[in-house]
Design a binder for this molecule. Sequence first.
Ligand SMILES: Nc1nc2c(ncn2[C@@H]2O[C@H](COP(=O)(O)OP(=O)(O)OP(=O)(O)O)[C@@H](O)[C@H]2O)c(=O)[nH]1
Ligand SMILES: C=C(OP(=O)(O)O)C(=O)O
Length: 212
Amino acid sequence: MQWTLVIPLKPLARAKSRLADTAGDGLRPGLALAFAQDTVAAVLACAAVRDVAVVTDDVLAGRELAALGARIVPDTPASGLNAALAHAAGVVRATRPDGPVAALNADLPALRPGELARVLDAAAEFPRAFLADAAGIGTTLLTAAAGRELAPEFGAGSRAAHRAGGAVELPLSAVDSVRQDVDTGEDLRAALALGVGPRTAAAAARLLIPGQ
Ligand SMILES: Nc1nc2c(ncn2[C@@H]2O[C@H](COP(=O)(O)OP(=O)(O)OP(=O)(O)O)[C@@H](O)[C@H]2O)c(=O)[nH]1
Ligand SMILES: C=C(OP(=O)(O)O)C(=O)O
């Protein structure tokens, strides 16, 4: 099964505000870009993935992620994460209506291609499915089979929202790298412990993180 992944990324200057106590204003945009680069590189190395669309209005991120091989879809004027994802899924479906689509967060710097392949293979059994994040409150991945709407409900409490909306929660173990999103300094330490990609490793080395 060959998936198209849709990855949302807001403008880097506004990204990762909950990391403000870990990374100052001068370093945070670069850290957010590094997360996205390592996420996209791991996705493109996944055998189950056919292509990647990043929905973003950030010019620098768009250029850097296109250089890795992602298609860039400009954000929709309707603001917000779910509007951006629904818009990008529609753009993808316009050119490829018969393929499965998955939305994946851009902040998974420890992502391993083999673990992502296991998650996507499991999701292929269901019309819509999702993977809960490491905290057990949110979602890192939401999938829709061909012909099904993605119907994203990312945001606070999205695990419960996706379940209530009829998506099947994937009860997988040993896919920590797909669950480990990075919103806080504690999340970043957890991702570093799992092992992050090279761009995040370089960006994190510029931060003073206790225990690193
Ligand atoms: N294209 C697009 N992506 C978005 C938008 N809002 C959020 N995202 C992305 O969606 C994912 C989760 O977003 P958030 O948790 O709201 O933002 P964040 O930058 O990760 O972190 P915080 O600023 O701490 O909330 C991240 O990959 C964001 O870059 C949006 O309006 N448009
Ligand atoms: C948007 C989500 O992630 P985050 O933890 O980055 O807010 C979510 O879990 O639905």
